[in-house]
Every structure is written in C-alpha cells, then in structure tokens.
Design a protein around this ligand. Structure first.
Ligand SMILES: Cc1cc2nc3c(=O)[nH]c(=O)nc-3n(C[C@H](O)[C@H](O)[C@H](O)COP(=O)(O)OP(=O)(O)OC[C@H]3O[C@@H](n4cnc5c(N)ncnc54)[C@H](O)[C@@H]3O)c2cc1C
Length: 455
C-alpha cells in the first residue's frame, strides 16, 4: 500500500512510475487470493479502518473505491455465554459521545468503568511522551482494575497495535485511544471493505497505468546503486536506470537490498532494532448462519474478533441469499504468538470450541470447510523506544527514498500508516525534483466537541 500510494501520488504529479512487485498480485500484507485448499477467494486477513484514517480514505478516493467500504457506528462486545454490550455514539459532544453506552455496558462493572474514565481523562488532553514505560505499567500506575485491563484496554489495543500491552509504548496506545474513542464520533466509526482486498487495491494499479506508468509482477528488486543523476536498480537480475527510487518494502526486505557500504551502516543498524508480531485468521464455512451480527469483539478467550464475511462481502451476501443459508466467518487473533507453533487442526478445534460459547447457532452448525492463515511477521512491534529508529523518507543516497508502515509516520503499522508513508516519500521525491510544493498528505480529522480544547 505504501508503494501504491507513492506511485499514485507521483503519477498524478506527472512522474512516469514503474512499480515492481515480487508477487503476482497487488496489496502486499493487505491482499486476497484464491486459497488452494478451499478454492475460495480469501483475504490474507480481515482488514478494518477507522474514520480517522484520512490519508487512506484519500487514497481510496484517488483509486475510486471509496464506495467499497461499509461503515459501522456500533461495536458489540460479547462475553462467553453470549451476553452483549454495545458501544455506540450518542448526541453528546466528544469525548463524551460514547459515555451513555459505555455506562450501560454489562461486560464492565462500576469500578472498572470509574478506573477507565479516569485514565481516559488523563489521555484526552495530550499524548504522553515515550519514557520507555510499557502501556501495561502505565495502566497499573493509573489504577486500572484487572477486568478493565483485560476487557477494555487489551481488547481495543491488542487488535489495533498487534502487540501485548507489556510490549506496547505509551504514545502508540494513547494515540489509538484518542483517535478511536475520544476525538469524535466520525473518527471512531469502523469501516470494512465489501470486496476482497486485492480487488480493492488493484484499482490503484489501474490508476498508475492510466497515467503512463507500468506495473511489473513477479519482479523482485535485488539491489540498487546510485550513479550520477540516477539510480540503477537490479530486478530479477536485470539492471535498469531510473531518476528516483522509492523502496516501499518491509524492513527485513530492505535490509537484504542495502549495499555493503559505510553509508548504509546507520540504516542497517536502525533496521536491526525492529521486531515483528504475528496475526492469525481462522476462516470457517458453515452450512447455516451461526449469528445475525456482522462483526463482534469476543472477550476472555483466544479469539478476539468475529467477522461475518458472508454478510459483509457484497458478492457473498448475494450468493448466500440465492443459495440458502450457508455462512462464512473469519475469526481473528492478533498478537497470536501462542498459535504460531500450533497445527491447523488444533487451531480450528479451539476456534470451534470458542465459537460455540459465543454464538447460539454454532453448536448445531456443520463446519463445511476451514483454513487458517498465519501471518507470522504481520506488523512491526510498537514497543517502547522504537519510534527513534523509524526512518524518514530521505536516505544517505539523494535519489533513494523509503516508504512502508514501519517508517516515521507517527502512526502504528496500519493501512493508514502505509499510505501516509507513501505520500511522504512522494512529497520528498517531488520536492527533490522541484515540481511540487504542496504536500500529498491529507490533514487529520478535526476534533469535535470538548476535544477542540485539546488541539
Ligand atoms: C494479518 C494482518 C492483519 C492486519 N490488519 C490490519 C487492519 O485491520 N487494519 C489496518 O489498518 N492494518 C492492518 N494490517 C497492517 C497492514 O496490512 C499493513 O500495515 C500495510 O498493509 C503495510 O503496507 P506496506 O506497503 O507498508 O507493506 P507491505 O504490504 O508489506 O508491502 C510491501 C510490498 O513489497 C513487496 N516486496 C517485498 N520485497 C520485494 C522485493 N525485493 N521486490 C519487489 N517487491 C517486494 C511485497 O510483496 C509487498 O507487496 C494487518 C496486517 C496483517 C499482516
């Protein structure tokens, strides 16, 4: 997405863009493909966005796919046994807009709610600096109950940041909470693509082609070297000359491309500071509906989210309507280190056991097929102190620029972070060329209600 965002922005600014992608399809870590075992088109994992993802939404507008996102105002938290608590905005001004539903939520008791409200009041005015403390220690220092940590903080933050709270930096956690819960109702609403991810992102490739660019698939960039007024890039053994190079690859792939020179050493050392965390998606096809919900947060178990794909994906909803009552569910476990070594059969067995605790229809349903997709290096770990190692787009080589969700965007590893990084790299290229002064970057959503006091 970082490469596509940079490519679209630069194509729009009049550059002739060549995009090299190692795989045979677009989307990178946000992609879909025909799964060989099931024959189904599956996303590598469910991806969601929030209303505050202004650059991602700008990218969708550019690619013409903004109407392929379905928006949801409500989040349903389910306890084992099926009791539901619904968090939804009210007419109250931010940051109080979700307060009435939060106060009614059965999954938290009065002490939990009091503790959470106090901590939110501390986070509302500003994002604390990274002092090396983990967010778990911060929460304990701010008097959070065990249940508030487990059912509120962990639930929201582990899925947003893909890391355990004891490995998460305070500013990353604070930013997620401010954007999704406090800033405004519009910032916190959740968007889910209604088409498979590669279908969503292929349009960005069309956008580049329509402006004179090209996309090359199965094209693995191996190395680069700067020459006077140009960069020579070696792809699949062939060297080619370009005016500029944007390297929009994950940090480990970048490490393999760097020249073995003194100028590369500081960047190589910074890359060595990053680590990753896994996400596991469990895809289940049933002979019937197991729930009426489109999605839900699942409390107190291994599985953290349920997405009812046959209701969300537009084509599948029509199919299900025509063919009877079968359903397709994806269950997601973020920060899934405990599942990495487990077999597919063990994970599906666990998922079925847990699904039966949450969904009344599950015990009677027959599982028709299933698959498990483990993304072992899903996202970089937002641990305390990591921000200082995230590089800006400019490098030691004047015509070479960096993009990727792990670069310095101020955002965690998300689609929004990836698009921001692409726009920032495009800005840097255009500035070097002297062709554009205004940034491609789109401003953040303005805070609403009382949050305007904390701009
Ligand atoms: C399982 C999972 C769930 C996620 N859920 C969410 C979510 O719900 N919401 C959200 O906002 N974000 C989510 N993310 C994060 C989001 O997918 C990433 O932050 C984003 O897609 C990263 O984009 P990127 O362009 O920086 O990197 P990538 O997507 O990794 O793109 C890098 C591209 O470079 C290509 N490449 C690598 N090496 C080479 C080479 N040598 N030559 C040519 N090409 C090469 C790769 O094939 C890839 O296409 C999730 C990620 C995963 C893995």
């Amino acid at each position: 997405m970082a490469g596509l965002a940079a490519g679209c922005a630069l194509a729009e600014a009049g550059f002739r863009v060549s995009l090299f992608e190692r795989r045979p399809y677009l989307g990178g870590r946000a992609s879909s493909y025909q799964h060989p075992g099931t024959g189904e088109i599956v996303d590598n994992c469910q991806h969601v966005l929030l209303g505050c993802c202004t650059n991602l939404l700008d990218f969708y507008r550019r690619a013409g796919v903004q109407d392929k996102i379905r928006w949801y105002e409500k989040l349903t938290f389910l306890e084992p046994g099926g009791r539901a608590s619904v968090i939804a905005p009210s007419a109250l001004p931010a940051p109080l807009h979700t307060a009435p539903s939060f106060l009614r939520a059965d999954c938290l008791n009065f002490r939990d709610k009091l503790a959470i409200s106090r901590a939110l009041a501390v986070l509302a005015p500003s994002i604390p600096a990274d002092g090396g403390e983990s967010f778990l220690d911060w929460l304990k220092r701010h008097g959070q109950t065990a249940q508030a940590i487990e059912r509120f903080w962990k639930t929201i933050l582990v899925s947003a940041l893909n890391e355990d709270l004891d490995q998460t930096s305070v500013p990353y956690a604070a930013q997620v909470v401010r954007e999704s819960f406090l800033k405004s109702a519009a910032a916190g609403r959740m968007g889910i693509p209604t088409v498979p991810l590669t279908e969503l992102y292929s349009t960005a490739g069309d956008y580049i082609r329509a402006r004179g660019g090209e996309i090359q698939f199965r094209a693995s960039v191996e190395s680069f070297r700067t020459v006077p007024f140009a960069v020579n890039v070696t792809t699949n053994g062939q060297e080619e000359k370009f005016d500029y190079l944007v390297l929009a690859v994950p940090f480990d792939a970048l490490g393999r491309m760097l020249p073995d020179t003194a100028s590369a050493k500081p960047l190589a050392a910074a890359l060595g500071q990053f680590s990753t965390s896994p996400i596991t998606g469990i895809h289940l096809w049933f002979d019937r509906q197991i729930t009426d919900l489109d999605h839900a947060v699942l409390l107190d178990r291994t599985i953290q989210w349920m997405f009812h794909k046959s209701r969300i994906i537009a084509a599948r909803a029509n199919e299900a309507h025509e063919n009877g009552n079968g359903s397709y569910i994806e269950l997601v476990v973020s920060c899934s280190r405990s599942l990495v070594e487990k077999s597919k059969a063990e994970i599906v067995e666990m998922a079925m056991r847990e699904a039966q605790e949450f969904f009344p229809g599950a015990p009677d349903a027959t599982l028709l097929k299933s698959t498990v997709i483990k993304e072992v290096h899903a996202t970089y770990s937002p641990r305390p102190g990591i921000d200082q190692y995230r590089p800006k787009p400019g490098t030691a080589w004047p015509r070479v620029f960096l993009a990727g969700d792990w670069t310095a965007t101020g955002w965690p590893a998300t689609m929004e972070g990836a698009v921001r990084s692409g726009y920032l790299a495009a800005d840097a290229v255009a500035r070097f060329q002297g062709t554009k002064s205004a940034s491609f970057l789109v401003p953040d959503l303005a805070p609403s209600g009382f949050m305007k006091l904390f701009r």
